[in-house]
Design a protein around this ligand. Sequence first.
Ligand code: DSN
Length: 435
Amino acid sequence: MTTDTITTRDTQIFDLIAKEQHRQESGIELIASENFVSPAVMEAAGSVLTNKYAEGLPGKRYYGGCEVVDQIEQLAIDRAKELFGATWVNVQPHSGANANTAVFLACLKPGDTILGFDLSHGGHLTHGSPVNISGKYFRPTFYGVERETGVINYDVVEETAKRERPKLLICGASAYSRDWDYARLRDIADSIGALLLADVSHPAGLIAKGLLNDPLAHAHIVTTTTHKTLRGSRGGIIMMRNDFENPFGIKTQKGETRLMSSLLDSGVFPGTQGGPLEHIIAAKAVGFGEALTDDFYDYAVQVKANAQAMATAFLNRGYKIISDGTDNHLMLIDLRSKGGTASRLTGKLAENTLIKADITINKNMVPFDDKSPMVTSGMRVGTAAMTTRGLKESDMEQIAVYIDKVLMNHDNETVLLSVKEEINEWMKAFPLYKG
Ligand code: DSN
């Protein structure tokens, strides 16, 4: 049996992959954390690099035969540095969650206090949620948005920080459509001797092209996933612009103070991961290379323009957007705001109904939600994926028309089917993977 026949024989899996490709190509993808990578990113992710073990860092491995993967990982590091203006990067975290966990291990001891953005207001699971390690091993405290504006009030963040005295102040969100005041957050962190971690997983691609505030100018440590607006392979990275001596007295066995870069490297491996996924690191490098191009700048500008066009289209149809608009690629819609038929809508019903028309969104808690996380009153939509497909502002208007039609007719299967057929036909004009 050759290795070739092993892969071609598994029709069960490859038929399912073909089905998933068809699903992605025929529908409208609005999950704000998803995107479509290039064939080059997929080729690297599916390469022979998956065969290689390379525990350690370039030039300092525990295995032989790493001379090629060393060059690949170094390229990934160098490209990420150039993209974000960082001086130190670790490209090994398997995900954003792993990147954050490595930061916690490097900076904190069990029981230390952290202060993050409330998950139910749009924060990330890994910033202190009680069901995540960040909320189980540390003492999580939270800030949120204001009820009237849907926007973070930094005076309240400061008050909370001074009361709770976290060692780590965390910013970044999965469903917050406004930019962050990293300079103010750094002042707050400095005033209580805390470190500032910015998790920019969602807007990283817009930040890389200078379209949003620069977190590396202020945060001690920055983490991001690589697959959302950054449009690379799935994964995570950790970055710093300025390395520094750890302020919490962690020493080497010789009694020397360790630099944060050394603690973070150890936080990833051996702290929380084993061997790095060099095929994914190669795919990350390809994605960073693409993100360094001028074409990617044009893409990022279009992502923002599309989000603004979509927000306007929803507002014009009477939908309430938390904070009344967006600075980035996403928006959070409170479905309770729509009267008539829609007043019975929940996030769960919206998600389950829209998928019947081949529109993929996710249900999402809205700030001060009266429903559970499995039901929710909101839906989150983002424009990163459909912008990759080539859709422009007028198409965002059309998407809002379709969503409104589906939600207003959520119990009318005939309408749902006709919208699905129109969408499947429409999407043929935006081929995803030619051939
Ligand atoms: N699960 C990712 C998202 O959808 O935003 C990260 O939290």
